[in-house]
Design a protein around this ligand. Structure first.
Ligand code: GLP
Length: 257
């Protein structure tokens, strides 16, 4: 796992956006692999990344016609994705995959989502964020590290954190959500996570310096061969000085990684 430490959320977002652009532009569609498959998150942290991708698309630097997307999780994120990203780029509607949280048969909806990912050849790059309690997508602490797409009950602190987007406060936040599983994310060929702000510092410390545990579902990424975590300085507040020093030195050796 590589950790890239940037001064602030803007620079962290810039790094992630440039990385995604580089990967998509390097992808050459063939008849057997016609699409670059991109996993996408929601939340405040990726918002800036989306606005940078939109800007670069408008400048003609990146197109999304050969990109199939799969959103990580869903309970009311469809409008977020269209507002911040899909409405402003040239994604084919048929290439946009979002879990349908209104489905009457949520179990089948989740199985079919996994099947769709499999049919397009798996995810090339899963871009994600983390919750203050260390959740990834909606895999809350205690989630199986072998989990696949399914319905999850949200933790109380997630309801509190997400209540900022609901006019009716914490009681109006849906208790259940559909989410890809930890194993689904692990099977992506590359995983890029953005984590910014002091409220992510404790989760980040446990994830990077602690062991693999289902109480920190993201920690399973320690076993992923191509995982990159992009953070700002505030998110590193609970890391040991030696950890920060080491990862800063890696960035010096491999600029732009
Ligand atoms: C929600 C989403 C997660 C996201 C998290 C962090 O809970 N389900 O996928 O990573 O929020 O959001 P933010 O970046 O706003 O802190």
């Amino acid at each position: 796992m590589i950790v890239i430490i940037k001064d602030d959320p803007e620079r962290a977002s810039q790094h992630v956006a440039e990385h995604i652009i580089r990967r998509i532009n390097a992808f050459k569609p063939t008849s057997s692999k016609p699409f670059f498959v991109l996993g996408l998150p929601t939340g405040d942290s990726p918002r800036k990344v989306y606005s940078l991708l939109v800007k670069r698309h408008q400048a003609g630097d990146i197109c999304f016609r050969h990109v199939v997307t799969f959103n990580m999780d869903e309970y009311s994120y469809r409008s977020f994705m269209y507002e911040h990203f899909f409405s402003h780029v040239d994604s084919e509607p048929a290439h946009i995959n979002l879990l349908n949280s209104n489905s009457l048969d949520k179990h089948t909806e989740c199985l079919e989502y996994e099947e769709k990912i499999r049919r397009v050849g798996g995810v090339d790059l899963f871009f994600g964020g983390i919750g203050p309690n260390g959740h990834i997508a909606f895999n809350e602490p205690g989630s199986s590290l072998a989990s696949r797409t399914r319905v999850k009950t949200l933790a109380y602190e997630t309801l509190l954190a997400n209540s900022r987007s609901f006019a009716g406060g914490v009681n109006s936040v849906p208790r259940l959500a559909l989410t890809v599983g930890v194993q689904t994310i692990m099977e992506a060929r590359e995983v890029v996570i953005i984590a910014t702000g002091a409220n992510k510092a404790i989760a980040l410390q446990k994830w990077i310096e602690g062991g693999v545990s289902h109480m920190q579902p993201l920690s399973r990424l320690q076993r992923h061969p191509h995982a990159m975590l992009v953070v700002d300085k505030d998110a590193t507040l609970d890391l040991q000085v030696r950890t920060v020093k080491y990862f800063n030195s890696i960035e010096t050796v491999i600029p732009g990684t």
